[in-house]
Design a protein around this ligand. Sequence first.
Ligand code: NI
Length: 179
Amino acid sequence: MLAYISPMKRNILLHPDPRLKKTADPVTDLTDDLRRLADDMLQTMYEAPGIGLAAPQVGILQRLIVLDCVKGESEKPRPLVMFNPEVIASSDETSVYEEGCLSIPDQFADVTRPAEVDVRWIDRDGREQTEHFTGLWATCAQHEIDHLDGKLFIDYLKPLKRQMITRKMVKLKRELARS
Ligand code: NI
């Protein structure tokens, strides 16, 4: 008999951390371990709570992201697991969202990105998917894919603002290490 192992909450790395600045490796073999990691990441994201999480944020340098931008308790959740996600087309039209990141808690800033994107990825069952995303989904997908290239939303901000946030994070991490 196979034991059912429920998804496990993983530890989220906090900025600044060298692992958040690295380029993640493509997934070449979709193993059960990677599916398990994806399930753990969804669990971790929902518990945080957040709307997206990338594998490097839990210390795994593989090209895997999870997201669910459905809002409101009454709406049906839509967990998406994306291996090797790629933006294959983006709109000229841009939109501005106040972004945050589970690796940079309590810090938010406006980021301008293409308003609509086509994303291609391999799903949890190993099938290739392509979807056109708009609104928050488009922003979230781009934010998470950035993580796979070692890019954080604060990298879009002016240096002064970025340094201010990083200083706050260094202080927070020092406090967390002490407690
Ligand atoms: Ni993030």
